[in-house]
Design a binder for this molecule. Sequence first.
Ligand SMILES: [Zn+2]
Length: 462
Amino acid sequence: MSSFGSLGDPAATFVLTGVRVIDPWNDEDAVRDIAVVEGQLVDPAKAPSDAPRLDARGLVVGPGLCDLHVHLREPGMERAETVESGARAAAHGGFTTVCAMPNTDPPLDEPARVAMVLERARNRACRVRVIAAATRAREGERITEIGELARMGIAGVSDDGSVVASARVARGLLAYLAPLGLPLIEHAEDPALSAGSVMRAGPTATRLGLAGWPASAELSIVDRDIALAEETGGWVHFTHLSTAGGLDAIRRAKERGIRVTCDVTPHHLALTDAWVAGWRGFAWEEPTGVAADPFGAPLDATLAYDPACRVNPPLAPRAEALALLAGVADGTIDSIATDHAPHPLERKRVEFGAAAPGMIGLETALSLGLAAVEVGGLELVRLLGALSTRPAELIGEVRTLQPGSLADLVVFDPVARWRVEASGLASASSNTPLLGVELPGVVRMTVAGGRITYRDGLAAVD
Ligand SMILES: [Zn+2]
């Protein structure tokens, strides 16, 4: 039996016994007890004797996950998702903070609209931070009232969905944001290079007869913004990085001390452009069929051209997905962020090129990461660092499991498996090509700000 709670609930008291504690904040990986008393982590020896004791043997507890990039679709597209349903999807996926992107209808480009979303987010199943629009109406020309928005606690500014196309405007934003300590969160896509494309350029796109998005569409903006960040001292954060070239440029910029950070989505790590051709293996699996030879193998007519695989930026070829995974492993990529992009069925049950780009991700992110850990490509402490500790740090939040901290954590079974089904998702949408796929990792409890926001099982010890 699973159930949701909210940040408005009374603070929780319980003891998890025999749990594997992974705390990237101080590099801890140890089996011990975790005690929460009235929402605070305390020394287990000092927990009251009547605190409920929950058997957590075989389970992992990590810091609460933090997502820098979600689309909650409110206001304007409430059939796809609302702040309430998105917050439940987040809690179900182990997240305790999500950052809502501003490309709603109308966009979050003025303080009153940001205030409205923050008001709707009160006492939900997950903390919601807002990323405000970088320019008015997201038109790329006039900068929003960033000073006032900063005082409201925004996590950054972005015209996500589009790049800030004018280098002059991007430069002004970086200069203006620098003293505020906030990032310009950039959707790096040069529209002149990507116009008309629906998947990543390459042999698979050629085989499918679909117009290709060249990797240079991302790299040209990454290079431009690195130069602007260096010149202004501003902070640029590249979201949903999808190319090996962009990653290389960021690695070199970091070595030179330029203020640049980035995130990658779980689907750009785990899925590849071969999914558009109907292959259903993960990037770290040996390719077969059309994934191994796009021109030599027949297409699977039931899976090729699946509109659920249309995302922007598009899924990368396998070699680049593996390069991105290596970037998470070596810390060049700061964070894994979902780009959770719910869409109603009618925007996806159309031909591939007409489908709205985007897939949901809050409820499968941890599982895709654990699938990468299972095959040995990634350490669990690094995965949780990228899903929690580091993104939280980027938005000014602290995540640790040390006694004395507010309890903000996720408890999960790393080996239990579940099948992704629309009926089992808390999101109001189910647009993901992972439907029907079995994944490792089941969330048993999410605790945000000392409150239990999601719970599934966890029996009391007598
Ligand atoms: Zn984007």
